[in-house]
Design a protein around this ligand. Structure first.
Ligand SMILES: [Zn+2]
Length: 110
């Protein structure tokens, strides 16, 4: 099974854990023939691929704690709160903002 996959260029011979001569030969032959993954001039081995840093999650919450007196903008809804509001600094996403940013909260007046 391993040999068949490596021969066809569908698998890497994982040299770190295997010193099987047949697999080494099969991989070299597959590389020379540019079979399977070797058709890519610069394939990334799976053990290197896994080491690459992952990009930031897209829905990572944006959150910077505000200080007293600042206004708070819920960056999901665009609603602004002042520091007397229960939502001030408490929304899942948000940041400190100026008194004119976003829409004023209906409860605290922004
Ligand atoms: Zn509010």
């Amino acid at each position: 099974m391993n040999l068949a996959l490596v021969t066809r260029g569908f698998a890497w011979h994982y040299k770190q854990y295997s010193d099987d001569e047949d697999l080494s030969e099969a991989e070299l032959a597959a590389r020379r023939a540019r079979r399977g993954l070797w058709a890519d001039p610069n394939p990334i081995p799976p053990w290197d691929w896994r080491k690459q840093p992952r990009p930031l999650e897209r829905d990572e919450p944006e959150f910077v704690a505000p200080v007293d007196g600042q206004h708070w903008l819920n960056t999901t809804t665009g609603v602004r709160h002042n520091d007397t509001c229960a939502n001030w600094g408490k929304t899942k996403r948000g940041r400190a903002c100026g008194p004119d940013e976003g829409r004023a909260c209906g409860i605290c007046g922004g």
